[in-house]
Design a protein. Structure first.
Length: 191
């Protein structure tokens, strides 16, 4: 696998590697109860934010030792007239099962930035890298079934719902359902 040139840019976004200062920028998003409810981790504290960002710093591509790509979703210059650009979430892609043909994608977006197609734009860009740059065979997205916004996003970007696992995951004191979406490289070519 070849290394990936970063940042990725779209019409309105810049997807870039994490840097230490992102702990402060992502804390207001990941500390929200309504966001963390569907994630595997509890709402972030300042300390947890720093720990999480340190873990993400080396995740700069599937061809690296981390076998993962963790990117900050940032609005492009000029979209935010006050700040120039701002962090609105993060997105990741990581190889699974020890091979190099299947990966999982995941995303988190600030609810305040929702409804503008930013998550869709970011996910399409990362899927483009997964299939176009890395030549993957399959990408999956797994999510808490109550996370209807993520399920809608998965469908919008062309992923197919492949499973609804009932009460299969113990999360934050309760059994939750999991939705699994998948996309093959051939699906991507016909989408």
């Amino acid at each position: 696998m070849e290394s990936l040139e970063l940042p990725l840019t779209t019409e309105r976004l810049r997807l870039r590697p994490h840097r230490t200062s992102d702990a402060e920028a992502l804390l207001p998003i990941h500390s929200r109860e309504d966001v963390a409810r569907y994630l595997l981790k509890d709402p972030w504290t300042a300390e947890a934010a720093e720990t999480e960002i340190v873990k993400r710093l080396p995740r700069t591509g599937l061809a690296t030792e981390s076998r993962a790509l963790a990117l900050v979703i940032e609005t492009a210059e000029g979209l935010d007239a006050i700040a120039g650009s701002r962090v609105i979430g993060d997105i990741g892609l990581w190889l699974e099962d020890g091979g190099d043909q299947k990966a999982e994608i995941g995303w988190t977006l600030d609810p305040a930035a929702g409804g503008h197609g930013f998550a869709t734009e970011a996910a399409i860009a990362v899927l483009g890298v997964a299939f176009g740059h890395y030549g993957l065979h399959r990408v999956v997205a797994q999510m808490d079934a109550r996370n209807t916004a993520s399920a809608k996003l998965a469908r919008r970007i062309g992923m197919r719902q492949e499973a609804h696992l009932r009460k299969d995951w113990w999360s934050k004191g309760e059994w939750t359902d999991t939705l699994i979406f998948g996309m093959l490289s051939t699906d991507r070519q016909t989408a």
